[in-house]
Design a protein around this ligand. Sequence first.
Ligand code: SF4
Length: 557
Amino acid sequence: MSLLPADRPGELDDPAPALSRLHEALELDGRLTKDALETAATSLHLPLVDLYDAATFYHYFGVGDDVDPISNAACSGPTCALRQSQTQGDERADHGEIACPGLCDQPTPTFDGARFVADGDGGFTVPRVVDTEEALFRHIRDDKDGSIDSYRASGGYRQLSHLANGEASVQSAMESLASSGLTGRGGAAFPLAAKWRAVREAPGDLKYIVCNADEGEPGTFKDRPLLHLSPHLLLEGMALAGVAAGATTGIIYLRYEYPEALEQLLNAINEAESAGVLGSSIMGSAVAFRVWVKRGAGSYVCGEETSLLNSLEGVKPWPRERPPFPTTSGLWNRPTVINNVESFCAVPPILEKGADWFRGLGRGDNAGTKLYSVSGDVQKAGNYELPLGITAREVIEGYAGGPSEGRMTKAFTLGGISGGLLGAEHLDINLDYVSNRDLGVSLGSGGIVVVDDSRCIVEFVRMTMRFYQDESCGRCFPCRIGTVRLRELLDGLTGRADLPEDALSRMDAIGALMATTSACGLGQAAPLVVTGMFRSFRDEVDEHATGRSCREGVCSL
Ligand code: SF4
């Protein structure tokens, strides 16, 4: 099957054709040539300069007649950096670098020009089996092959049929979702039902449902198995959103790094349309819902919802000012529901089993389950669906087995790396969206990167700052310049550059400025790892700064 993200052949009324046109050109020539860009700009009715500005933003659109496409490149994300010798320097000798492709539970992945493979075996592991009840991953275990037949055999699409055919009311479905306590699982934790209701009540006939499947956060790979192994669960969740919010068009914005999921999703959409489940009539009803897949091209900031919308519109994917919010002014300025994969996938089970059931899956006051991606220095890296509010210790040292024999947990991150860095003294925190605000950290995406006691924490933080520096979109100066300055100072601490006398106070000041003045979550979150380093590892930082020594023998001091 072609990897062209040109949706389905013969499909009309493509709601967001820009990325498809660019990928078609890329597929033909291996790069975006001048002629191809001109043709695309003409067909999209976009000024060439604007399309050039947009296309050059991404990692994987090689723009220019003599540009070599990326190939033979290895992941340089913080999780994979842990696996490399930390003394190898920034560039490994035989590879270029790619940002984290979401295979953090595998050996260091590489990109061969078409696929992201993990040291030969490729693929990814199915979610780890747990001893608590699952809501989402249960479908992966029930669906078996991810086909529409197996999904329907386990009760799939029944809730959509009820809602589309009027056997269940939109009002009761919304009330059930509201009382389930389901909040968006992408990190912001906004109540899902409130967002859907806002779009339903927003003026206008044309509305959109957009799925954010751009999980580019390092150490976060929880959506991948759902996309790959249970695509119909996502399609049903999106279609339910469409019926509830009054939208007939859904778009899945899929990160470039998941080509296998692209195939699965296109297959699933074709299956659903062929079976009359989706399309101009949902299962014989008067309600339509059609889903398109749009493949990104490599850019972390496109996981920010307004950047994602700009990406779909074919313009430079900088974050937008808010307000207005996407619920009233989203894709093409129309009311738009944007949720991530995990959020949409939670909806069918809630409507099937009830709000009380879902609430009861959480720990304490927390409602439902959460998908946690655990990677780094643990024995059983992988995805786990566990109660929201479980402790970090239970996840890291219990389910994931903790560090290897003889090693101890030294630190761990939350939210991939963007939720903050904590020392082992915080292992008993609850993993939820509210109880850790005093610490200034957040659960975010649910990604957890574990660092054992053989690692230099300063070097680990330096690697995370390299990521932010590379991915800063450059729109606002606190982030554009702050990430570079922080990385330079971390270079100084680790012996790669001169170290100013006031390096630590400068890092404090820069981090505070970034947190309060950056325009989007990237710049606001980037200093959190530095804050956590100072909070839990001040002695180790001082040894680097004043003693010019590294207790782990990692830094060249
Ligand atoms: Fe771009 Fe960073 Fe500013 Fe966000 S904070 S808009 S990523 S420069």
